[in-house]
Structures are given as structure tokens and as C-alpha cells.
Design a protein around this ligand. Sequence first.
Ligand code: GLN
Length: 309
Amino acid sequence: MNCRHNDELEHFVTEAKKVTVKGKVASYIPALAEQSGDDLSVAVYYTDGTCLSAGDVKEVFTLQSISKVLALALVLMEHGPEKVFHFVGKEPTGDPFNSIIKLETVNPGKPLNPMINAGALVVTSMMKGSTSSERIGRLLEFVRALANNRSISVCKKVAESEFQTSMVNRAMCYYMKEHGIFQAEVEDVMDLYTKQCAIEMNSLDLAKIGCVFALNGKHPETGEQLIPKDIARICKTFMVTCGMYNASGEFAIKIGIPAKSGVSGGIMGLVPYSFGIGIFGPALDEKGNSIAGIRLLELLSENYSLSIF
Ligand code: GLN
């Protein structure tokens, strides 16, 4: 894809990069600890197909929690909102993304929303397909269509690394299974979930997917309606209320755009009807969001009045 380097954007990247020293690369998934903490790149993909970038936008990273929005879109398309929201709620938690506490204290077994790990695991457990490889194949096809890039695939090393270590996610799965929230085998769900989180792309691909959401599910290049409008709207709303984990409220006030982050340091954002943004900056703040990515969005939002509110 043709994406032009932009000096103004580079200036903001240089400024935002200064905060990377205060952040830390995720290490609870061992393979992610190998990422370099001082990286920062951004791509902005406009609805007319033009694209601006700064930093090394060719660098690939895994989606991690950003995949939760894409899996949600697919599962909502497969089952419809009524069925999906029977098993997962629509409310923010105010807790860290991997917290287990409200599974017991609120609506036992039913996670509060699909952007926290518990809720995302339920969504993943609902994905259609008779085998694990068929399911990840369907999700990959969907993600490739969203990015209009056939070469997107799963990083086996990161998937394997998370699969070997993800005991809290397993614990949540067993707890929810006990409460009848899903019937699937926990190891099958974990296999699919860790592969889903390990889908790998660069910030250009991510910006383009953001742009599909900015256009209510319509692809900016192909014109194809890949996600029905009402489902794109649900996904964007979750991005605003829960997309940045338990920093979503502050993010909405300071930056004010739908966005979803992942612990690899990716952030996908969008400004409705204007553009999608893809950011990669692996050093994270204490809530698990890209520290320089947030700073960069703050600078962009201030300078270009991006807030939708
Ligand atoms: N795969 C990660 C996990 O389940 C995703 C979390 C995230 O990006 N916040 O822990």
C-alpha cells in the first residue's frame, strides 16, 4: 500500500516518543518481552484512500486485545446481538482487563463486556466452525478482508508463548463454564483465543481496519460492506466505553475517539467518516496501554480537534 511519510506527523511522533522511558514492554506473555520499548509508528488512513505515516510503519506486531473488537464483529454477524449479549454484558468494569473479581460478584459467570479478557473468551468460544483450524481460518479471512491484505497471518511464536502461560485466562474459562456461559472445551477456546490475539500486522493494516469502522463497516478501497452498519456501531461504542481498559473514561475526556489497544503496544483508532489510525508503541503504561501511543493521540487530538464529543 502506498502511504506517504509526513513530516508534521513525524514531529508529533518524536515528541510522543519522549515518554517511552516511563513505560514497560509487556512480559507476562514471554514472547512479547522481546519487543523494543522505544519504537513508535503511526499510520493515518483516510476514507478517500490516501494515507500518511511516520516512524517504521512496516514493523509487524500482534493484535492482542485489538483482536477482541474484530472477533466481536464476526461473532455478532454469525449469531446476532441478542444471542451474543445473552452471554456477555455491555457495561464497563473499571477493573484491569484480566481481572477475575466481577465474574463472581456481579451476575455470576457472565462477564460485563466483550473487551475484557473474560468477555472476549466467551465471544471467541461462540465463533462458528467445526474445528479450531476452521474457526481461526474464518477469523483470518475476515481480518484479511478488513485490511485488504491477504498476507496477514498468525505469529505462531507469540500464540504458543501465550498458550503455555495463560493460566488466569484458563481459570476464567473454567469459572464461566461452571456457570454454563459456554459449553466448549477450555483448551480449544484457549487455542483459538491465543491464535486470535497473535494475528500479526503493521500499523498501515491497522489504520485501514480503523477506517472500515470509520465508514460504518464499508471498506474504503473495495466499497464492500464488510460489517453491517448496526454491528459496526456496537463495536465502536464498546471502543469508546471499554476500549482502553480501565483508562477508557480518561481517554474519552482527553482524546475522545473510539479506540482499542492491545498489550503488544498497538492502538487502533478512528474518527467517524474521516480516517482510521494505527499506532504501534510497545512500551506500556501501568494500565497496559501504549504509553507513547496515548501521548501521540493526545497531541493529535489537541492539535486537530479530533474529539467526537
Ligand atoms: N492476549 C492478551 C491476554 O489475554 C490480550 C490482553 C491485552 O491485550 N490486554 O492477556
